[in-house]
Structures are given as C-alpha cells and as structure tokens.
Design a protein around this ligand. Structure first.
Ligand code: TEU
Ligand code: CA
Length: 553
C-alpha cells in the first residue's frame, strides 16, 4: 500500500463541536473543550479526527451556514486555539480533517451580501439568481420552496437548504478559484484533509427543469439536475488537480443520491476525484418511500443487500467509507439495535458488523459509549432547523402532533446532537452552565466515566476493534462476500484473501439463532475466534445480538 493511502488503514472519529465538551460554562462546546479530551481520543486509538464546521457562522444550521471561511466562530475559540488543537493532534500522531461546506454559504457571507445588492454587482454570479418565470418547483431539503424572493432586486435565489444557505454557482470560475484558495489556506496550516459537505450538489442543471415532485428530499428522482450534475466530475477533478493532489491528504465526499455506479467513478483513484464518499442508501432503508420522516422498520435482507452491493462495487477500484452514525442520523443502537436491556451487547454487535467490512470506519462521538436516541416531551426542547421546519410543514398538511413527534423521536437529527455524556454529574459533565440542547436523561447510566471503569464496556470493545485493524491486515485488504443473503436475522459475510479468511456472524435479533449452513459450520470449525461480544461461545449458535468473528488461516 502506498504511503499516501494511510486513510485506508485509519479509523476516523467525528466531533460535533457544539455538543462535545464545553470548557467555559456557556453551555456550548468549544475548541478548548476538545483539546482537554485529546488524551481520551488517543486512548480510544482513532487515527483521524473529522471536525464538523468551526468557522464563523450565524448558526442557522449549526455552522453548516458559513459567514467567513477563514475565521473561527467566536463561541468556539479563535485561530490560536485552533492551531493549538491541530498541534495537539499532530503531537499525538493523530490527524485532522476539516469540514468543507462549499455548496452554499451563509446569507451573511460577504459574497452574498454583495451579490444581493444589485444585478451588476461583481459577486452577482457567485449565486443563482432567476426571475419569477425562470424558477422551478424544487423544494428545500429543510421544507418550503428552494427559491426565495429577494426584494432588493426583485429576483429569486436558490437555496437547497435553509433560506440562510444560498447555493453557490460553481459555473463561475472566479468562485471556484476563491474556494480553492480558501482550501489552500487550511491545507497550508497543515490539516490533513476535508470531509466535503453535499459535494455532489455543486454541479446543477442550470436550466432548472421542474422535478417530478416538489420535494427536496427526493435526491434520486430529481434525475441528475441537482445532484451528480452535468459538470460534477470536471469540478471535482479540477479541485483535485489545483488543490488536494498537492498535499498528502484524504478527501471524503458526502453524496446523497449517489449510486454505486456513481461511486465507482468518484472513488476510482485513476479519476483523481475523491478518496471515498458517504453513501446514504443504507440510511434510507427504514423510510417508507423517499421521505425520511415516513417510518418503516428495517428489513435485514434489504440492509445486507445494500451494504454488500457497496462492498463489492468498490472493492477493486474504489474505496468505501463505513458509518452507522453522524450528526444527521439517529443513534444506531436505538435504530438497528436494542437500547434497553441488550444495549451494550447490541452496540458491540453493530460495531463488529461495520468494522469488519472493507473501507474506512467512522465513529461518531458518543457511539463508542453507546449513546441513545432522546425523547423530549415538547417540541420546545428541539433545536434542529430541519426538525422544526418539518414539524410546521407537516402540521399544516394535517399530520397529527403524535405522529410527527414519533418521526422526530425516530429520525430527528437532535438525537445525535445531545451533549456528550462524560459523567453522571449535572448535565453529564458537558457544561457547568445551561446546555444549548438538553442532555439525554440517560446520562446517569450511560456515560464516559462509567465506560472507562468497566473492562466489558462498549468503549473497550471499540478500542479493541481499532487495534485489530492495525494488527490484522486482511481487515483492510480482504475482499468481501455476503453469506446467507436471505436470512432475516443473521448478517453473515466473509472477507478473503488468497490464503486467509474471516467469517463474520452477527445476530440482529433478540432471539437465539441457529446456524444450519454446512459450509459455514465447516469453515468456523477450522478457525479461531478473533473477536466476539458474548463470553463462552456455543459453536453454531448465536445468542441475542451476539457477534463472532472467526479467522481461518
Ligand atoms: O447534510 C446533507 C443532507 O442532505 C442532510 O440534510 C441530510 O440529508 C439530512 O440531515 C437528513 O435528512 C449535510 C450536513 O451533514 C448537514 O448537517 C447539513 O445540514 C447539510 O449538509 C447542509 O449543509
Ligand atoms: Ca463554551
């Protein structure tokens, strides 16, 4: 493996700064708070930190609405503190990947403030402006129409996300150069890569044809008009050539609406676009239709089929990112596991299932201690713009309060954003003040201090999975094959090289499962146990949420 491919051997840990650790008691996490936890992250063993946006922002979407790309948001600290964080990570031989949000800016960014002033302003073409008869039926992903009238010039601007997140016009070469220069500013500081926010949205069909339905959630059905658009590969290649290829960095593109066929192009090293992408497909399988708020229980064979399709499609000339969680998704142990009696065991099973796959695993803060979804009684306790807008819209459409709250409990983004649970003191040790979003009441039982005290905790299980990746080459290099594709309870697969094999067996249910497949039984008899989550294995049987990995040489 080339030195440059260090990210193939890495495990990434995502920090959502607002909710990680508050160092000064104002109720908001901050960079100093992260610095205080660097030794903890080192102990977990992760190689790379992905930091969600810390740039200057009015925080309409918690920092994914950037006012100034080269300034740190005041509540998080300043550039000197940021430099200290970067140094602190490098001193501990960890790397730092920053969020790159260039599909849109904040409406308070100086480009947009200029752009809206007049039709002949030099920044006018940094965004998409259209007359009333030129706009289409697209809906914003955060509800309502995607076009907003600006009184000043009487034209509409495009915003696929909130009104305060106008979309940048990548057709404009000057905008592209400004973005590249900004990227170089951060790379020259020594950061180690970018996670690129909705990066497959930057090329759009600028004729703006109507979509099939006026709903911003439906990425796939909008054809290639706003995702994977006509010039997307050209833009990514240009960015690579002008910027990222000049540094030893990793790039991961967040790409809703990208299929495995798209991903084969995006991640093929020969194309010089990005190293890997985040797919959304496995995260959409527990939605009824294309709207994430319409709920449906997960059907395991669907999940297996989809994840296996990605594994196989990218195993030769591409690369996968592996994730269950991020700041937009509900907590995995509540979603595909059991967050009550079998919380610890099912969290370990889910970790095993993901971390034994081929690709770069991402751990989202709190996942390593099995943090769970939250059920706040009233809407007032929620903060996320997507959730609040959706509530209003669905209420107007006639949905009942109860059914909307059920969707929020199951899918809302604030599930992932409640403050990190450090200990069982007030506010989970996250802040001495009033947290910006309430702490999950389960912090007395689920917290970091508790996890570190208990050798059987989820934390030590993750630590071990990360160690295994370092010592067991096949986890990085082996190819993937799904076993028992139709089984509704067991997720089984193997990883193989010419002379070695791993067999991974995961029970996704609360019931004991018996393995009757002769081939699997024969294989595991020849193997030794690499990792498992329930003591005293009974060969051929998987107890509730049990996971076993056999190594066969
Ligand atoms: O998310 C992209 C995105 O499409 C999300 O809106 C996601 O689909 C949604 O949360 C699920 O309904 C990225 C960021 O990760 C997210 O936090 C931002 O809000 C969004 O882009 C806009 O920058
Ligand atoms: Ca703070």
């Amino acid at each position: 493996m080339k030195e440059k491919d260090w990210w193939k051997k890495s495990v990434v840990y995502q920090i959502y700064p607002k909710s990680f650790n508050d160092s000064n008691g104002d109720g908001v996490g901050d960079i100093q708070g992260i610095i205080e936890k660097l030794d903890y992250l080192k102990e977990l063993g992760v190689d790379v930190i992905w930091l969600s946006p810390v740039y200057d922002s009015p925080q309409d979407d918690n920092g994914y609405d950037i006012r100034d790309y080269q300034k740190i948001y005041e509540e998080y600290g300043d550039m000197a503190t940021f430099d200290q964080l970067l140094q602190g990570l490098h001193d501990r031989e960890m790397k730092l990947v920053m969020d790159l949000v260039v599909n849109h800016t904040s409406d308070e960014h100086k480009w947009f403030e200029e752009s809206r002033k007049s039709k002949d302003n030099p920044y006018r073409d940094y965004y998409f402006w259209r007359e009333e008869n030129e706009i289409n039926n697209w809906g914003s992903i955060f509800s309502g129409p995607a076009w907003e009238l600006d009184e000043k010039t009487g034209e509409y601007y495009l915003h696929l996300f909130s009104k305060k997140q106008p979309d940048l016009n990548w057709e404009n070469p000057k905008l592209r150069q400004d973005v590249y220069n900004m990227m170089k500013f951060w790379l020259d500081k020594g950061i180690d890569g970018f996670r690129m926010d909705v990066i497959n949205f930057i090329s759009k069909n600028t004729d703006f044809p109507d979509g099939p339905v006026p709903d911003g959630q439906i990425y796939g059905d909008a054809g290639n008009d706003f995702c994977n658009g006509p010039r997307i590969h050209e833009f990514l290649q240009e960015m690579n050539q002008e910027v990222t290829s000049k540094y030893d960095v990793m790039t991961v593109g967040e790409m809703p609406g990208a299929s495995t066929t798209d991903a084969q192009i995006y991640t093929n090293p020969a194309n010089n676009e990005v190293d890997m992408i985040f797919t959304f497909e496995h995260m959409n399988l527990d939605s009824d239709g294309d709207n994430k708020w319409d709920l449906k229980p997960i059907y395991l064979p669907d999940l297996k089929e989809n994840m296996s399709e990605w594994q196989v499609a990218l195993q030769e000339n591409g690369w996968n990112s592996l994730y269950w969680n991020n700041h937009d998704q509900p907590r995995i142990v509540s979603r595909f596991g059991n967050d009550n009696r079998l919380r610890v065991r099912s969290a370990k099973m889910l970790a095993t299932c993901l971390h034994m796959m081929k690709g770069t695993p991402y751990i989202y803060q709190g996942e390593e201690i099995g943090m769970t979804n939250v059920h706040f009684e009233t809407l007032d306790d929620y903060r996320d713009i997507e959730t609040l807008n959706m509530y209003k819209e669905r209420k107007e459409q006639g949905h009942s309060h109860e059914s909307i709250m059920q969707s929020i409990y199951t899918k809302g983004r604030d599930n992932a954003r409640t403050p990190y649970q450090w200990d069982n003191s007030e506010n989970a040790g996250f802040t001495t003040g009033t947290p910006w979003l309430k702490v999950n009441p389960r912090y007395t039982e689920i917290n970091n201090e508790e996890a570190l005290k208990n050798p059987d905790s989820i934390f030590y299980y993750y630590q071990n999975l990360i160690k295994l990746r370092k010592t067991t080459e096949i986890i990085t290099t082996g190819n993937y094959r799904l076993l028992l594709p139709k089984d509704e309870a067991i997720f089984a697969y193997e990883r193989y090289t010419e002379n070695e094999k791993l067999v991974v067996l995961c029970n996704f249910t609360e019931e004991e499962q018996v393995i009757s497949d002769e081939n699997i039984l024969n294989e595991i008899q020849k193997g030794s146990v690499l990792v498992n989550n329930v003591p005293n294995i009974i060969e051929g049987t998987l107890r509730p949420y049990e996971a076993i990995v056999y190594q066969i040489k």
